[in-house]
Design a protein around this ligand. Structure first.
Ligand code: FAD
Length: 135
């Protein structure tokens, strides 16, 4: 039987990534009187299904900043907590099969550069080389 406090400075409902993140960041700011309520098991909701991918380029600069912040945080978490997160920074390759799609990807690449996301344009030959080197 768990004794749940009857009062707290902050009560967070839901122990998915959102609730855990709020608890983590409040604790980092020095808040101690935090209760996180989870009806089942921590991360057993949608968070359990997530593939764990952190796409860097988002629709706005602020969302891109948030994704970048998350990636940087997950890299540092093991050193901070002693618990391995399994975080690996692999990057990704987006390929186009049509000229129109290529144009669209080039535009996304320009946006990525404007948002300070590391992006490189590579040739089909380089894609082949990279894919074969990885496998
Ligand atoms: C198949 C799949 C793959 C995905 N892959 C990715 C990915 O690669 N990268 C990515 O960034 N995102 C991914 N997502 C999206 C990501 O999983 C969600 O955006 C994220 O997990 C949402 O987290 P959350 O904390 O808001 O919700 P949840 O993880 O659903 O957490 C809500 C929690 O609240 C609890 N709860 C609900 N009601 C109550 C109550 N009344 N009292 C107490 N507890 C309650 C639930 O039990 C649950 O644990 C994926 C989603 C799916 C479905």
């Amino acid at each position: 039987m768990i004794n749940i406090p009857t009062k707290a400075r902050v009560v967070i409902v839901g122990g998915g990534i959102s609730g855990c993140s709020v608890a983590y960041h409040l604790a980092k700011l020095g808040w101690t009187d935090i209760v996180l309520l989870e009806r089942k098991q921590l991360t057993s909701g949608t968070t359990w299904h997530a593939a764990g991918l952190i796409g860097q380029l988002r629709a706005s600069q602020n969302m891109t900043r948030l994704a970048k912040y998350s990636a940087d945080l997950y890299v540092k978490l093991e050193a901070e907590t002693g618990i391995a997160t399994g975080m690996r920074q692999n990057g990704s390759i987006t390929v186009a099969l049509t000229e129109e799609r290529k144009e669209e990807i080039y535009r996304q690449a320009s946006l990525a550069r404007a948002f300070d996301v590391d992006v490189q344009e590579i040739s089909p030959q380089e894609v082949k080389m990279l894919v074969f080197t990885q496998n």
